[in-house]
Every structure is written in C-alpha cells, then in structure tokens.
Design a protein around this ligand. Structure first.
Ligand code: SF4
Length: 203
C-alpha cells in the first residue's frame, strides 16, 4: 500500500511516520494554509523538510493559500470546534486530491498525535474529504506516542511551536497560558502559611 501522509509540522511527523512506514511506502504532504503568519508557515515547513532530508523521506508541498483557509472556516464564526473541523477537512482534502492524482492508495494525517486535537472530528473530516476525492482515509490515533514525539523533537533540537497554527489559535493559546499562570499563582497564595504571606511583611 502507498500512503500519502498529511503532516502539520516536524515534531508531529516523527512518530506517525515511523508507525506507518513499517512495511508500507509513505510519502509526506505539507498542506497547511491554516498557519499564520507566513513566517511561521515557512519555519514549520523548513523544520519538517530538514528532518525529512536527513531521514530520506519524500515531501511534497502544496501551495500556501491562507485565503482558502479563511474561506473554508468562515461559516464557523466563534465556534472553535466547527472551525477546527473545517480546517481538518480542508487540509486532508487537499492531500486527498493530490493522493488521488498521483495514484496513492490511502491518505493519513499526523494530526492525531496531538492531545490538543479532536481525533473523532479528524476521522469524520478525513473520511468526508477522502470520499469526495475517491480515495481511502486511514483512521489513526497516535496520541499514546505523543510523549515520545515530544522527547525526540526536543532531543533533535527541532523548532516546537506553542500554538496550533491559525491566527485565532495563537490568541487562544496566549489566553490559556495566562489563565493557567493565574490559577497557579492563586494556588500558591492559598497554600502559603499566614506568616509567609508576603503582603503582611509589606505593611
Ligand atoms: S486551532 Fe488548529 S485545527 Fe483549529 S482551525 Fe486553528 S489551525 Fe486549524
């Protein structure tokens, strides 16, 4: 079987590629018009390409058309789950069209290695997109390999982004981090003994 594997970035490629490539021919397709800004798109792509070159992995890049992503998710409004589903469907659909054109047998995605993504939505979006292109979607769930993917990407010194990819996700990630920091600070204040309350020493 020949698989065209949609990959979102270098760190997420490591484990899914190894899992799929055992006894199967796998090529990689970088199709990510969701990523903003353009410099970030290039940085993720070049990280992936550098690893792939070292590992002898074939990579195809599809055109970077952020407007296409904006149009695909426009109907989702403020609904993040709907936005992500449309985003998955667009990206996997791009890879599915390329795979059908080039005679691959199936399409898969690295997205399910991330515990921050929704594997059910990815599967549904992947199946819908691949059905339209007339190619098989290979459902996967690589989440148990995420700790190893994290360890390997750190050991390799890979660039590791701190947001999913689109502009709204950068804002959401900043907000989530601020909320976690505030929660930790509040927890620390609650566990301080009264004598150690720094506010009391300032009076
Ligand atoms: S958060 Fe990630 S999956 Fe969701 S729309 Fe943005 S880039 Fe796509």
């Amino acid at each position: 079987m020949r698989i065209l594997l949609h990959a979102c970035c270098g760190p997420c490629l490591l484990e899914p590629y190894d899992a799929l490539a055992e006894g199967t021919e796998v090529a990689v397709c970088y199709a990510n018009p969701n990523i903003a800004p353009a410099e970030e798109y290039v940085r993720r792509r070049d990280t992936l390409r550098a690893y792939a070159a070292d590992a002898g992995i074939v990579v195809t890049e599809l055109p970077y058309e952020p407007q296409r992503w904006a149009e695909a998710v426009a109907g989702a409004g403020d609904d993040r789950a709907a936005r992500c589903r449309a985003c998955y469907e667009l990206r996997i659909g791009m890879v599915a069209t390329e795979a059908a054109r080039c005679g691959y047998d199936a399409v898969a995605t690295t997205l399910t290695v991330s515990p921050y993504q929704d594997p059910v939505a990815i599967r549904e979006a992947g199946e819908a997109a691949c059905a339209r292109a007339g190619i098989r979607f290979l459902p996967t769930d690589f989440r148990e390999r995420y700790p190893e993917a994290t360890r390997r990407s750190r050991a390799l010194g890979m660039y590791r982004q701190n947001y999913c990819g689109c502009a709204p996700s950068a804002v959401e990630a900043d907000r989530d981090r601020a909320q976690r920091r505030a929660a930790r600070a509040s927890q620390r204040r609650d566990t301080l003994p009264q004598d150690a309350d720094p506010g009391r020493h300032q009076r």
